[in-house]
Design a protein around this ligand. Structure first.
Ligand SMILES: Nc1ncnc2c1ncn2[C@@H]1O[C@H](COP(=O)(O)OP(=O)(O)OP(=O)(O)O)[C@@H](O)[C@H]1O
Ligand SMILES: [Mg+2]
Length: 341
């Protein structure tokens, strides 16, 4: 990509003999907010550590803002890193925590004071500048960690699951806060999460990682609507995912034909529960479970295809447990998967 600001070239990362990330290629534009999404152990933190300079690549290169930084030490990279655990100094005030890195850089007096105060203000903590971390809530501590990184004016800010220690409400608040700070400052951000809703809500682009490689890169809409593989489909909530064999669904009961032919180009098809048609169609399902979810109701059906998850408007008449319903998996409402397994 010609407008790459941060570029990873065939990056391979290992711990001793264990290869954690293999041949990773990635281009990120200046000012982008990118989410790294993937299951535990897929290599997200490892990739972050390499970009930050905390792990030397086994092979490959890292370029940032036109310079090769592969062998540049961590403290000379202008890369900020915010962890899940805020790693604040407990004995220092908010002010001193935020000032710490700037002092190391040699800032003093008025220059230091105005930068620290601006940083603390930007995350809404002006009133708490004199407090110590132990006198703050989790969300406030996370803001201190964010301010402490931002005052260093990093070229790239890496956030490794920064919200996972917060409760649901604070998470939403901090999500909005992060987005605001990023838009206001224009800092390039890579945000690690294994929460797909968080990635969809925050990111300009999502990188889905699996087994030390990239499975798919796309906008939230692309990832949500057009998962490339059965893995991504599963990960973003398509509950009904099937391999195709000779244009039919491959099931435990053999190949089963759909009501219209499946496209040749796909290795599999996937339907969100919403896309399943209940009440008509060529298939029969027995209701094994039902759950009310406010506007909608979810059904778990047993069928010749295997278990099927369907979701319909809660205002529709309810189907009883044990009853049999006709259903359809319409081909035109399915995501076409290019890879299966
Ligand atoms: N210090 C280490 N020594 C050896 N292997 C490691 C080390 N750190 C991580 N690994 C291995 O490297 C792989 C990638 O780990 P990594 O921490 O990057 O995963 P992750 O995607 O961040 O997972 P999580 O979502 O659980 O944080 C895993 O298989 C892990 O066991
Ligand atoms: Mg991790």
């Amino acid at each position: 990509m010609s407008d790459a600001y941060l570029q990873l070239d065939k990056l391979t990362l290992a711990y001793g003999d264990t290869v954690a990330v293999k041949d990773l290629d990635l281009s990120i534009a200046r000012g982008e907010l990118v989410a790294l999404l993937g299951p535990s152990g897929c290599g997200k933190t490892t990739t972050m550590r390499a970009i930050a300079g905390l792990l030397n690549p086994a092979s490959g290169r890292i370029n940032l803002d036109g310079a090769d930084i592969t062998r540049v030490s961590a403290n000379k990279r202008a890369v900020g890193l915010v962890f899940q655990s805020y790693a604040l100094f407990p004995h220092l005030t908010v002010y001193e925590n935020v000032a710490f890195g700037l002092r190391l850089k040699g800032l003093r007096g008025q220059d230091l004071d105005s930068k620290v105060n601006a940083g603390i203000r930007s995350v809404g903590l002006a009133k708490f500048a004199g407090r110590k971390p132990g006198e703050l809530s989790g969300g406030q501590q996370q803001r201190v960690a964010l301010a402490r990184s931002m005052v260093m004016e990093p070229k790239v800010l890496l956030l490794d699951e920064p919200l996972s220690n917060l409760d649901a409400r604070l998470r939403l608040e901090m999500r909005a806060e992060l987005q605001r700070v990023q838009k206001e400052t224009g800092v390039t951000m890579i945000f690690v999460t294994h929460d797909q809703a968080e990635a969809l809500a925050l990111a300009d682009r999502i990188i889905v990682m699996l087994n030390g490689g990239i499975e798919q890169i796309g906008t939230p809409e692309e990832i949500y609507n057009n998962p490339i593989s059965s893995f991504v489909a599963d990960f973003v909530g398509f509950e009904n995912v099937f391999a195709l064999k000779d244009g039919k669904l491959a099931t435990a009961n053999g190949a089963i034909a759909l009501s219209t032919p499946a496209p040749d180009v796909a290795a599999g098809l996937a339907w969100r529960p919403r896309a399943v048609i209940l009440g008509s169609g060529p298939f029969q399902g027995t209701v094994r479970g039902t759950s009310f979810a406010g506007n909608s109701r979810e059904y778990l059906l047993d069928s010749a295809l295997g278990p099927i998850k369907a979701e319909v408007d809660a205002a529709l008449p309810q189907h009883e447990l044990g009853s049999t319903i006709a259903f359809d998996l319409p081909v035109d409402a399915a995501a076409n998967l290019k890879r299966f397994g």
